[in-house]
Write a protein of this length. Structure first.
Ligand code: ZN
Length: 378
């Protein structure tokens, strides 16, 4: 094993000129090895074997890997610059900008000039190499696009986008930073950049949702269609029940009960008992007791917001899951003095209210005369 104290003791016996020469040799060797590495990377790149897993392995950022690949690609057409770098004349800091700056016609020239130019100056020269016109920029912006289409058989949304200069850079930098931060747990492998990039896109949706101020009139972003039988669907893609359960926690998703033709269901009042299909659909839609913040997920029953005896229907819009263990079903109308009012198809659409405190609209929904405090009031 390398013993730093031991090594330092040895070097302290060296004359200074020998140390200076040794360092120069080491720097040249590092530069030579760097160019050798770039050559290997170029071929791995051709074989599609360079990805962000490499960044994870090497302990560098994905951006560094990307820049390394760009340098490796460019060097192929810059033999003179490559030779100068291999000879140790170009630092890694100079090599990056000089390959961006040089082309086949200026390769030999830059191989000679670049070793004497500061990295920052090379970088500035590379940036100003071509100056696009305003028209160029406008043409790029005019060519922006986003296309999305569902691949129904796989249930995958395909996305293809083209973003102009600044927008493209912002998007790339944002996604890059998000994916850089998706570090795996200690000892776990990095997931692929493709996976992390896709997760980053979806995360942007979360950011948008939470940034949008919630208003009473806000439309749900998504509708999950819950049919009487068969799987629930989102955008026509079937989902497992467990996922619907999860989605329900998201207030911007509205479960809607639909019939076989995808039409929101209205069930006639003539049915005497709730069909098992409706019960299943309501329980699947609600998943928990809908009274306030009650967390009960077991011992649920389907409750009529407006009781049948008050003219309420078996329409799922009049039904909600409520719990027995928490005492909620028992306290609700018609037996109790509390009512659930609102739209049960919205996750946050219901309000638990005492009959004495109904608004006129809520009284109307319950089938009570608006000016009466409750069914038993005088
Ligand atoms: Zn409850």
């Amino acid at each position: 094993m390398f013993d730093v104290a031991d090594r330092l003791d040895g070097l302290r016996c060296w004359p200074t000129e020998r140390l200076v020469a040794r360092r120069a040799t080491l720097v040249r060797e590092q530069r030579r090895l760097r160019v050798e590495e770039l050559a290997v990377i170029r071929v791995l790149d051709e074989r599609g074997r360079v990805d962000d897993a490499m960044a994870g392995h090497d302990g560098v950022s994905a951006r560094t890997v990307r820049e390394t690949v760009e340098t490796a690609r460019a060097l192929e057409s810059l033999p003179a610059v490559a030779a100068a770098a291999h000879a140790g004349d170009l630092s890694p800091e100079q090599l990056g900008p000089v390959v961006a700056l040089a082309d086949e016609s200026t390769d030999a020239e830059w191989a000679v000039r670049a070793p004497d130019v500061a990295p920052a100056d090379l970088a500035r020269l590379a940036r100003t190499k071509t100056k696009p016109t305003v028209e160029d920029s406008q043409a790029r912006r005019a060519a922006r696009s986003l296309r999305m289409w569902w691949q129904r058989d796989t249930g995958m949304l395909q996305v293809r986008a083209a973003l102009a200069d600044v927008d493209g850079a912002r998007f790339e930098a944002t996604i890059q930073r998000m994916t850089d931060r998706m570090k795996p747990a200690k000892g776990r492998a990095w997931s692929s950049w493709e996976h992390r990039g896709a997760d980053a896109l979806v995360e942007l949706c979360d950011v948008y949702e939470s940034a949008e101020p919630p208003t009473a009139a806000a439309k749900p972003l998504l509708v999950v269609e819950v049919p009487m039988s068969g799987p629930a669907e989102i955008a026509g893609i079937p989902l497992p029940d467990a996922m619907v359960e999860q989605l329900r926690a998201n207030a911007r998703i509205e479960p809607v009960l639909v019939d076989a033709d995808g039409v929101p269901v209205t069930v006639g009042r003539q049915t005497t008992a709730l069909s098992p299909k409706i019960v299943r659909a309501v329980l699947l839609r609600d998943g928990r007791c809908r009274c306030g913040n009650c967390e009960h997920r077991h011992g649920l029953q389907v409750h009529h917001l407006r009781p049948r005896s008050w003219g309420g229907s078996d329409d799922p819009a009049n039904l909600a899951a409520v719990c027995i263990p928490g005492g909620h079903h028992q306290m609700l109308v018609p037996h109790g003095r509390w009512a659930l009012v609102g739209n049960p198809n919205r996750p946050d659409g219901l309000r638990l209210v005492h009959l004495d405190e109904l608004t006129p609209d809520e009284a109307r929904q319950l089938g009570l005369p608006p000016r009466r405090a409750g069914p038993n009031a005088a």
